[in-house]
Design a protein around this ligand. Structure first.
Ligand code: MG
Ligand code: MG
Length: 257
């Protein structure tokens, strides 16, 4: 069942999303060659707690960390650890904040040092596809309009759209109805109505769309071991317009592409 949010609830989510955006910004300052991904997790956890939030992911269904950090062929749900970032890597950082009873959720994929041209194109086009999907997230449209837009945009570059993992409603629970696929048919799916809050999160592979799960029970990687990118925002759909509640602006003060 879809939980419709009041204007007051949307404002609370936006406040939490600001903490989340600034946590991403603190992490962004440290996303570079030579750092361990575990050190990034610590930065995010401390920042969120110091600013009155709770990390949404930590202990969610037993997930052990504040951040999902997914490198290169990893799609999502990777574990932070002792791996040191190197030039040529890409790294997806996904984070959620729980604040005054509501979650927010956003992700960004970074290039480390110099990455291959095709990989950089994957990052750029995946990020663009997120905003193209958001443009279709408006009252009166249907869920399929969002997925169609993302899919047709990235497939023209030969990229693969992950099918098994999708965006979702966001609210009192981190993952609520509806599911928000990154593929679909124009004009199909449920109608978007005033007060829906959803996370749109294209997960796009350089090669084929197929994925497998690693033995840790969490990490998802591409079957062909080619890179995958992931960008996400939490957005509120209202009759006054669609508002992006999460922000990448603190990240984009550090890294521009
Ligand atoms: Mg997320
Ligand atoms: Mg999400």
């Amino acid at each position: 069942m879809i939980q419709i949010k009041s204007r007051e609830e949307i404002e609370i989510i936006k406040e939490g999303a600001d903490i989340l955006g600034r946590a991403h910004g603190e992490v962004a300052k440290n996303v570079k060659e030579g750092v361990t991904t575990a050190s990034l997790d610590k930065i995010a956890e401390e920042f969120i707690k110091d600013n009155g939030g709770v990390p949404s992911f930590k202990n969610y269904n037993g997930f052990p960390y504040t951040l999902c950090i997914s490198e290169n062929e990893q799609v999502v749900h990777g574990f932070p650890g002792e791996k040191v970032l190197e030039s040529g890597d890409i790294v997806s950082i996904d984070c959620g904040v729980f604040y005054k009873g509501f979650h927010s959720d956003s992700a960004f994929t970074y290039p480390i040092g110099t990455v291959e041209d095709k990989t950089m194109e994957l990052l750029i086009k995946t990020k663009e596809s997120l905003y193209k999907g958001i443009e279709k997230a408006r009252v009166g449209n249907r869920l399929g309009d969002i997925g169609f837009e993302i899919q047709q945009y990235v497939e023209q570059f030969g990229f693969g759209v992950v099918r098994e993992l999708v965006g979702h409603g966001v609210g009192k629970n981190l993952h609520e109805d509806p599911e928000v696929p990154n593929y679909g048919k124009r004009g199909k799916g449920i109608k978007l109505v005033d007060g829906m809050v959803i996370a749109i999160e294209p997960m796009i592979n350089l090669g084929t769309k197929n994925i497998v799960q690693e033995a840790d029970g969490w990490t998802i990687r591409t079957q062909d071991k080619r890179p995958s990118a992931h960008f996400e925002h939490t957005v509120a759909i209202t009759k006054e317009g669609t508002e992006v509640l999460t922000t990448h602006k603190y990240i984009e003060e550090i890294i521009k592409f």
